[in-house]
Design a protein around this ligand. Structure first.
Ligand SMILES: Nc1ncnc2c1ncn2[C@@H]1O[C@H](COP(=O)(O)OP(=O)(O)OP(=O)(O)O)[C@@H](O)[C@H]1O
Ligand SMILES: [Mg+2]
Length: 256
């Protein structure tokens, strides 16, 4: 169980999160939505221990990881897989090396790593033919899947996805959503997804909306389109009217 308690984060005197409290239900998919720059990626990075909150707690299975020393944080990485916003593959390494990097760096031989890499490639529905290709030879959707395969190597109990479908066409996005859903069912992991893609609601269990540094809504993804929460109503329909201030310079100019 992951619980955020009054998490606040400041960068150079500017507060990004101003008291985020959120309980993430186990073995479900929870989607975090919110406008650009609201601090969604910052929130994920704090859950995985890449950033430390300025104050507040992040409790994972009863342990507050914000109290961990630097060297203890690595244990969080094993438990929580993080799929980066832009796949973050190393261009100079092959698919095999990208997926197996942690094992290879800790001294495992290629022969030991190969079957594990193949198993993870199969899990994300990629052919073994791409093992020795470089990221530049892959499509965007394939890169995202390789990024997910790399994350699966440590057998995480929680997977965090930062905008898994950004930059993909609607068909490939759907393939990725179905893959995430399939992982969710087969591996019974807890998934936390930051997304701007409203199609994710078909696959997610819960939705949390972050605005102005706090969670303004938490509820079922299945009934999200019926929600009368004013933040949700405005956000998912992309309306300029509502509790979230929108810079209307472009639309008012057009009205002149
Ligand atoms: N390491 C950092 N140092 C200083 N400021 C940062 C750092 N990381 C993020 N920020 C700032 O925190 C704010 C929130 O950033 P974040 O990347 O979490 O937004 P986001 O909600 O993920 O946006 P998007 O939807 O565009 O990805 C931004 O103003 C960003 O500039
Ligand atoms: Mg982001």
């Amino acid at each position: 169980m992951i619980e955020l308690v009054d998490v606040r984060k400041e960068f150079d005197g500017r507060w990004v999160t101003k008291g985020v409290s959120l309980k993430i239900p186990d073995r479900q998919m929870t989607c975090i939505i919110g406008r650009s720059g609201e601090g969604k990626s910052v929130l994920l990075k704090q859950i995985v221990g890449l950033l430390r909150p300025t104050s507040g707690s992040i409790v994972i299975d009863g342990t507050d990881i914000t109290r961990f020393a630097e060297h203890e944080i690595t244990s969080v990485f094993q438990q929580i897989g993080y799929v980066f916003q832009f796949a973050a593959l190393l261009d100079s390494l092959t698919v095999f090396e990208n997926i197996g990097i942690t094992m290879l760096e800790s001294g495992s031989s290629s022969d030991e790593v190969l079957p594990i890499v193949k198993e993870k490639l199969s899990l994300v529905n990629l052919s073994h033919d791409i093992l020795y290709k470089y990221p530049s030879e892959l499509s965007g959707g394939m890169k995202k899947r390789v990024g997910l395969a790399r994350t699966l190597v440590s057998k995480p109990s929680t997977i965090l996805y930062d905008e898994p479908t950004t930059g993909l066409d609607p068909i490939t996005s759907r393939v990725i959503h179905e893959l995430m859903f399939d992982m969710q069912q087969r591996l019974s992991v807890t998934s936390i997804v930051v997304s701007h893609d409203v199609e994710i609601f078909k696959y997610a269990d819960n939705v949390a909306l972050l605005h102005d540094g706090q969670i303004r809504y938490f509820g079922s993804a299945k009934t999200i389109w019926e929600s009368d929460n004013p933040y949700v109503y405005q956000f998912i329909r992309g309306l300029s009217e509502g509790p979230m201030q929108v810079d209307t310079a472009i639309s008012s100019h057009r009205d002149e």
